[in-house]
Design a protein around this ligand. Structure first.
Ligand code: BJ8
Length: 425
């Protein structure tokens, strides 16, 4: 990949030497963690290809779209309505990063004890490693956690293209009104940026595209409820990560192709693991690509991750958007309602999340929950208490871990997770 795309990366202003290093590390990690898995479905070949071209072909496609006049909108949060970006003829790209590279650069601007996800998105940009950031015309931030909202101020000084949506902390009437007006303001911002007037037809087409993507991910999630699971948690996590930057129509088709194969596996009782594998739900902070750390530890110990109660997971596709609107206003109202059904720990109170976790435990036949917080991610670290309390009340074992993107604690985590898995009945 390196030679073919060198000119493009150079045009985008990447630090070629550091970027070569990053691709080398990514490719080695992928071989060790993904390609070494046994009995993978054929349908995963497409996603392997996507990863092998993560800074190649997909960047070329987006670059081409941009040359043809499309605007590229980068996002960091599942509260940013993708439908509006697509309806404005834009390309929506998730910019969260899940690797430690660039942290030293980031720490020149933000404290060392900031969550790894924030350090990574700052670090990727500052170290000249992210072609996606360079392609964006607008970067949409949001007032979720304190770390993100303050980091966006600095990120805007660096990139000059950050727009922030105000997300309420509570879901009372005032909060709903605020969010509704933020959705409308964002729609106006997109119209101004792209020169595309939003119409009912454009919105209907965009809502359908995003709903179809959600339905495909829901289908994949349902198939993971079987034991033995027809697909590994690692592979399902990868698909969810890819959902944030692949072309949505092609992605949906490829997920369905994979699901057709998984259904055949289920019919014949074929799984990626033996029937006895213990079934784990991972719940908590988002796992941005290429953060595969906890899944690889759990599955390396012979258990299976059967679901992710997270933004890179169920939170992103749990709820569809109502398609029966007849005006732009109605559509924007539906968008604002749908997005507020999500249950990020940044909200208070956040009882829905506890109910959703119980639902997932039941639907996916979960035997134990690992609550995962990125270090310094206060909302999830604190909400872990209520998650554990809820799971204790229904007799489901729950273990809390706090970690970051480094592998320094991998040995210690492995020991703790192994003991947890052994203790699960
Ligand atoms: S909806 S989880 S994507 S805000 S940056 S909260 S890890 S300390 S990403 Fe998030 Fe939207 Fe919520 Fe989901 Fe913690 Fe880090 Fe903050 Fe983070």
């Amino acid at each position: 990949m390196t030679e073919t795309y060198r000119n493009m990366w150079s045009e985008l202003g990447l630090n070629l030497e550091a970027h070569d290093g990053l691709l080398g590390v990514l490719s080695d990690a992928y071989k060790n963690i993904y390609l070494s898995q046994k009995n993978r479905p054929e349908g995963m070949k497409y996603f392997d290809f996507v990863i092998s071209e993560v800074h190649g072909l997909r960047i070329k496609e987006i670059y081409q779209a941009k040359k043809e006049g499309k605007k590229v909108i980068g996002t960091f949060c599942v509260y940013v309505p993708e439908e509006l970006i697509i309806a404005s003829n834009g390309v929506s790209i998730g910019l969260c990063a899940g690797a430690e590279v660039g942290s030293t650069e980031a720490e020149k601007y933000i404290p060392r004890n900031t969550c790894a996800l924030i350090k990574a998105f700052m670090g990727f940009k500052l170290a000249g490693l992210c072609p996606y950031v360079e392609l964006t015309d607008l970067i949409v931030g949001e007032t979720t956690c304190d770390g993100k909202k303050k980091a966006y101020e600095i990120f805007n000084d660096i990139t000059k293209k950050v727009y922030v949506m105000e997300i309420p902390n509570m879901k009372e009437e005032e909060g709903k009104r605020l969010w509704n007006s933020e959705v409308k303001k964002f729609a106006g911002k997109l119209e101004e940026l792209t020169g595309e007037k939003l119409t009912v037809e454009k919105l209907k087409a965009a809502v359908k595209i995003v709903n179809e993507k959600r339905k495909a991910l829901q289908r994949l999630s349902d198939l993971r409820s079987y034991s033995p699971s027809p697909v590994s948690g690692l592979d399902a996590l990868l698909i969810n990560q890819v959902s944030f930057y692949d072309d949505p129509i092609r992605f949906t088709q490829k997920v369905h192709e994979l699901c057709n194969e998984l259904e055949e596996r289920v019919k014949s009782g074929m799984g990626v693991t033996e029937k006895v594998s213990k079934r784990i739900l991972l719940s908590g902070s988002p796992m941005a690509i290429p953060n595969w750390k906890i899944h690889s530890i759990i599955e390396g110990l012979g258990a299976i991750v059967a679901g992710e109660e997270a933004c890179v997971g169920e939170r992103n596709f749990r709820t569809l958007l109502n398609e029966d609107f007849t005006s732009v206003e109605e559509c924007l109202n539906s968008i604002s309602e749908r997005y507020l059904t999500m249950d990020c720990a940044c909200f208070t109170p956040n009882k829905e999340r506890l109910e959703h976790i119980k639902d997932m435990v039941k639907k996916l036949n979960i035997q134990g929950v690992i609550h995962y917080s990125l270090q310094f991610c206060t909302p999830y670290m604190i909400e872990a208490y209520k998650v554990k309390e809820t799971l204790d009340s229904i007799g489901v074992p729950c273990m809390k871990i706090e970690t970051d993107y480094s592998m320094e604690d991998a040995g210690q985590l492995k020991t703790r997770i192994e003991a947890f898995i052994e203790m699960i009945k």
